[in-house]
Ligand binder design. Structure first.
Ligand SMILES: Cc1cc2nc3c(=O)[nH]c(=O)nc-3n(C[C@H](O)[C@H](O)[C@H](O)COP(=O)(O)OP(=O)(O)OC[C@H]3O[C@@H](n4cnc5c(N)ncnc54)[C@H](O)[C@@H]3O)c2cc1C
Length: 314
């Protein structure tokens, strides 16, 4: 029997991640006429979990979900292939091609735009994993509706923590923000004002969670054990203490880092030729949708210029 040998397809660019950075880079790359695809675990990224976005130009106020759907719609209109797979490993082979491995497939490309973003940090306390989905949540936008007329706590003091509290106050009867510092140093003034004026939201400063405790059958969250005030009854706890970059898939590439993030130059190029990074995963100080989208666009442009220099594109 004749064994058919499957030819491997070599793309100009593979974009990893379908958050604002990945989707913006796809829009630009597709419009440059490059042969591309996006591989992502899911579409929309962290941005789609934001309750209210009031700082993305062009929209006074829009939910993260709605805004990311608009990005996605534009990508779909440009017929960019998007596969929902988890990337396990990115390597460069002896032919200087990137090999992107998922559970299901191996893909090959000349350039990579890595826009893998970040994953929510855990508190690291007893009960956190056990009660995940049983009162412990990392996404107010996804889960606020389950806490109608309940008492909830948000752990953290960033914009994400405050906007989660504002959203939860539309459902829950009592909302407590528990923060280990003495005031909200990192949050925007506009959000602090709204929180302070909301009668349902109370802030507890200089406090830390030591444990999340369940009910008698350990079926759902019942209370928190706090460092200074002891036991504190709650029905739900939302953990908003930041995120960390998803760097594990590039451990074989020896990509240079700065402060734990991928170091890029102004063209979004890393120290590995052909490997670009954009968005929250990079050493950019302002980790926002507008900067992620901008870096996505720049990385697409840089790839296009490089492919032209290499004579692959005209
Ligand atoms: C609650 C909250 C509220 C926010 N509010 C605002 C706001 O009001 N305004 C603002 O500008 N910013 C806001 N942000 C920040 C904003 O969401 C981020 O800056 C932005 O999403 C970064 O985009 P990104 O594309 O770099 O990463 P992400 O949006 O995180 O996207 C990363 C993508 O990579 C994919 N991915 C990761 N690892 C893999 C893998 N191994 N294989 C395949 N795919 C992978 C993920 O599935 C995801 O699709 C908020 C963030 C949070 C959490």
């Amino acid at each position: 029997m004749n064994k058919m040998r499957k030819e491997k397809k070599i793309l100009d660019i593979i974009i990893v991640g379908a958050g604002p950075a990945g989707l913006a880079s796809a829009i630009y790359s597709a419009r440059y006429g490059l042969d591309i695809m996006i591989i992502s675990k899911e579409a929309g990224g962290l941005a789609s979990t934001a309750h209210k976005i009031c700082n993305y130009p062009g929209f006074n106020e829009i939910s993260g979900f709605e805004l990311m759907n608009k990005f996605l719609e534009q990508v779909r209109n440009l017929n960019v292939p998007l596969v929902y797979e988890e990337v396990l490993k990115i390597e460069k082979n002896k032919d200087k091609l990137f090999v992107i491995e998922t559970y299901e497939n191996k893909y090959f490309s000349r350039k990579v735009i890595f826009a893998g973003g970040m994953t929510r940090k855990k508190l690291g306390v007893k009960g956190e994993d056990e009660f995940y989905g049983k009162g412990v949540s990392y996404c107010a936008t996804c889960d606020a509706g389950f806490f109608k007329n309940k008492k909830v706590a948000i752990i953290g003091g960033s914009d994400a923590a405050l906007t989660s509290a504002i959203l939860l106050s539309e459902y829950a009867s009592e909302v407590y923000i528990i923060y280990r510092k003495d005031k909200f140093y990192r949050a925007e003034k506009a959000w602090i004002q709204i929180v302070e004026q909301n009668p349902k939201i109370k802030s507890i400063f200089n406090e830390e969670v030591l444990e999340i405790i369940g009910d008698e059958n350990n079926k759902k969250v019942k209370k928190l054990l706090l460092k200074n005030s002891g036991e504190f009854d709650v029905d739900g706890v939302f953990i908003e203490i930041g995120s960390e970059p998803n760097l594990n898939v590039i451990q074989f590439l020896n990509v240079e880092e700065e402060d734990g993030f991928i170091k890029t130059n102004k063209q979004q190029q890393t120290n590995i030729p052909g490997f670009y990074a954009a968005g929250d995963i990079t050493n950019c100080n302002l980790k926002q949708i507008v900067t992620a989208a901008s870096q996505g666009a720049i990385s697409a442009f840089s790839c296009f210029e490089e492919l032209k220099k290499e004579g692959i594109k005209k």
